[in-house]
Design a protein around this ligand. Sequence first.
Ligand SMILES: Nc1nc2c(ncn2[C@@H]2O[C@H](COP(=O)(O)OP(=O)(O)OP(=O)(O)O)[C@@H](O)[C@H]2O)c(=O)[nH]1
Ligand SMILES: [Mg+2]
Length: 278
Amino acid sequence: MCNTCGCNVTDGNRHLLSIPHQQKSVTAITVLSNLLKHNDQQADQNRASIESHGVLAINLMSSPGSGKTALLEATIQKLKHKLSIAVIEGDLETENDADRIRAQGVQAYQITTGTACHLDAHLIQQALTHIRLDEIDVLFIENVGNLVCPASFDLGHHRNVTLLSVTEGDDKPAKYPVMFRASDVMLITKTDLLPYLGDFSVEKAIRYQHELASQAPVLALSSRSGEGFDAWLQWLEQEVSQHKIRIQQQQSIKPTIQAEGQQLHQQEPVRFRPVARA
Ligand SMILES: Nc1nc2c(ncn2[C@@H]2O[C@H](COP(=O)(O)OP(=O)(O)OP(=O)(O)O)[C@@H](O)[C@H]2O)c(=O)[nH]1
Ligand SMILES: [Mg+2]
């Protein structure tokens, strides 16, 4: 799918595709073979830079509107006296989400991807120049709302958190395994709406998740009512403490990146045809 929509190429990595002047007459060139390798190298550099400030970086992924920004707003409010948080936001357009986060009194930087349906390591590298890492404990990266592509790109983060809102249906882990298999914790969100839906089964959603051979914990919560939120805050605080120990021991972890997702981006690479100028 990314091959047809061209979303492998973002404003962050476009420079890697520049066509040497002497090759301008070539009608079609293969462009993708090195993109993922460059992405992984940049991700490692991002991670080293984030870790040099002792910061834990968490990638939030879900379909559009499942409550990523609402989760962050509530998390910031509840942890403001314990942890210092900053957020990098990813959307195709608008500054809306970064504005919502800044209204909570924390640093936020908005990446607008234009047409790209995921963030990549080069976009994060640019965004990091706008974040004061020495002032924070946790950096959240809210990925573009999309249940497929974000799971294929290492951004330089440590953990993946995947959201599934109850209005989306309990079978989403089975239908979108690439995303859900990559999660370190899956959050079932908007549980305050369960009484109005009737057909969402939390048990089924958990079963679908575990059938992916994923041992990731599943937590059900509502950012609106606060129900179930304590278990999420506990998970987060535990991750922060474990990360600080790892840093002291000069150890690092990488997030799960879905191999088959990467293959989707490597097959039949996109071909670019230089535009003839008049
Ligand atoms: N009832 C209820 N509504 C929620 C909850 N969390 C989020 N919402 C609503 O769901 C809508 C989408 O929430 P957002 O936080 O913007 O979702 P998002 O995942 O950040 O959306 P994108 O960034 O566009 O992908 C908003 O109208 C929220 O108020 C919740 O726990 N309960
Ligand atoms: Mg959002």
